[in-house]
Structures are given as structure tokens and as C-alpha cells.
Ligand binder design. Structure first.
Ligand code: C5P
Length: 275
């Protein structure tokens, strides 16, 4: 028997840093969506644990028990061989590790026929809980408070990463102000893509400035994204360096992705639909 799951990219459409706990973790208020590009995880019962990483973004990804997919699988008492196909860049603000961990938990649950998540599942990473929700959601606290957002219109995006890996703690450390305004109390029921993008545009990613201070190329990525035809809103996701730009139509996103990929052959560029 074998179980396969998909690990979509997590996009922080907005990310407000609203405080800091005594243990150093930051309190967030974020609207998260999932892009249907991502990694693939396959688990198979085996005599001992193993991990094989392949795919276009496999370089540098650990193949030992330091990898979150290994840690996630090890929460079950069943040794498995894990195959991870990496399509998403790592340390990139789109939840690669957390989404892979969540996908592994789903695959292990399927394999073992258990519906209860094992103890320690959500401690694998701050974004694991939202990745287990796998739908548009408001994420608060340090990531443990996840409320699904219903009725978010389908939006289309281009994701771009210039190939610099950012360490999340360093980006948080560079924040000038840790007590910023939260998102509006209620997330509206948007009437369409246009009103959703308009609302998102009025929010922020508070980690953008400290990330740009560490990696100025992120500013270049945002400028390039804003310059694409029909681009509606460009912003960084998570602690970077991946940025996204939103479009109303999939064809606009596809054309913009092709244009950007040709102009910046060294960047990771993809069009994706957000759900
Ligand atoms: O949990 P995760 O591995 O995603 O977090 C990486 C690091 O980012 C944490 O060790 C912490 O320094 C920082 N972080 C934070 N506040 C959060 C999430 C992460 O300060 N809400």
C-alpha cells in the first residue's frame, strides 16, 4: 500500500505583526490562501525510515531526520519510506516545509487508517495548522488560531522568487515595530475578485521592510511584479523572499508569468490559481 498527497504553496495575502510573546514568538494576524502549485509526498510502509528528495527544487533539501516530512512521519509508529518531490523553493515564505509536513500527516493518516492527528503535529512548525486546514483562512496568535474564511473568490497569481533563502528569525528580528494594527475585525464576504483584491491591497505584510533590508533584491522583485500588464497588487508572502502579484483572470497571470520568466531566467516564476 502507498499513499500520495499534494502540498500546496501557502500564500500570506496579508500578514500583520501585532505583538510578541514572552518566549520571543510573534503574534500575527494574517489572511492565508493556497496556490495550486506545490510539492508531492508519497509514503510507503518499509522496514526502516528513509527519505528520498527529487524534483526541480530538490537541491540542498535535507534527506535525513532534520527534514519536517521525516519528523511528521515519525510521529506515527510505522516506519515508512518517504518520497518528496520538491517543486517549491525552500526558506521562501510559502510554507514549503510546513505544507510538506501537513501533507505527510495526511498521507500517514491515510496509510494507517487513523483520523486523529498525532500529538506534536502542530508543533512541527508555526504554519502547520493552517496547512492542515488547506483552505483560505485567517491565522492569528503564532499560527495556532485558524479560522476558515468562506466564500473567497478564486484569484490568479504569479509567484516569483529571486533565489535568496531568508531565515525567518532574522526577518522578525529586523522589525522596527512589533505592535502594528491587526486586520479589520471582520473579513468581509467579497462580491467578486475585484473587491477582494481591493480589500487585500489596503492591508500589509509587515515583514516586507525587514526582508528587503536583508535582501534588497526583494524590492526589485516587487517592482517587476507591479510592472506586469494587468497586475493588480504585488506583495511579499510570509518572511520572503517569494512575492506574489494578483490578477483577475488566469490568462493574464499566464501571460505575465511567461513575460517575467523570459526577463528573469534566474528566478523561480510560476502562475497559480489561489483557492
Ligand atoms: O515555526 P517555524 O519553524 O515556522 O518558525 C521559524 C522561526 O520564526 C521561529 O523559530 C521564530 O523565531 C520565528 N517565528 C516567530 N513568530 C511566529 C512564527 C515564527 O517569531 N509567529
Amino acid at each position: 500500500m502507498m499513499s500520495k498527497t499534494f502540498a500546496p504553496a501557502k500564500i500570506n495575502l496579508c500578514l500583520h505583526v501585532v505583538g510578541q510573546r514572552a518566549d520571543g514568538y510573534h503574534l500575527l494576524d494574517s489572511l492565508v490562501a493556497f496556490a495550486y502549485v506545490g510539492d508531492r509526498v508519497r509514503v510507503m510502509p518499509a522496514s526502516e525510515m528513509s527519505l528520498e528528495v527529487a524534483g526541480p527544487m530538490a537541491e540542498g533539501v535535507p534527506t535525513d531526520k532534520s527534514n519536517l516530512v521525516w519528523k511528521a512521519a515519525a510521529l506515527y509508529d510505522v516506519p515508512v519510506s518517504i518520497a518528496l518531490e520538491k517543486h517549491l523553493p525552500s526558506a521562501a515564505g510559502i510554507g514549503g516545509g510546513s505544507s510538506d509536513a501537513a501533507a505527510t500527516l495526511f498521507a500517514m493518516a491515510d496509510l494507517t487508517g487513523t483520523s486523529q492527528m498525532p500529538a506534536g503535529a502542530t508543533e512541527l512548525g508555526a504554519d502547520v495548522r493552517v496547512c492542515l486546514a488547506r483552505q483560505a483562512a485567517r491565522m492569528r496568535g503564532i499560527g495556532e488560531d485558524v479560522t476558515p474564511v468562506e466564500g473567497m473568490p478564486e484569484m490568479h497569481a504569479v509567484l516569483a522568487n529571486p533565489g535568496v533563502a531568508l531565515a525567518t528569525p532574522d526577518v522578525f528580528k529586523g522589525l522596527e515595530n512589533k505592535d502594528n494594527l491587526p486586520l479589520p475585525k471582520r473579513i468581509p464576504r467579497w462580491r467578486g475578485v475585484w473587491s477582494a483584491i481591493d480589500w487585500i491591497a489596503r492591508q500589509r505584510n509587515d515583514l516586507e521592510a525587514p526582508a528587503i533590508a536583508i535582501a534588497p533584491v526583494i524590492g526589485t522583485v516587487l517592482d517587476e511584479l507591479r510592472g506586469l500588464p494587468e497586475a493588480r497588487l504585488a506583495r511579499m508572502s510570509g518572511s520572503g523572499a517569494t512575492c506574489f502579484v494578483l490578477f483577475e483572470e488566469r490568462a493574464e497571470a499566464d501571460a505575465a508569468a511567461a513575460q517575467l520568466a523570459a526577463a528573469q531566467p534566474g528566478w523561480w516564476v510560476t502562475a497559480a490559481t489561489l483557492r
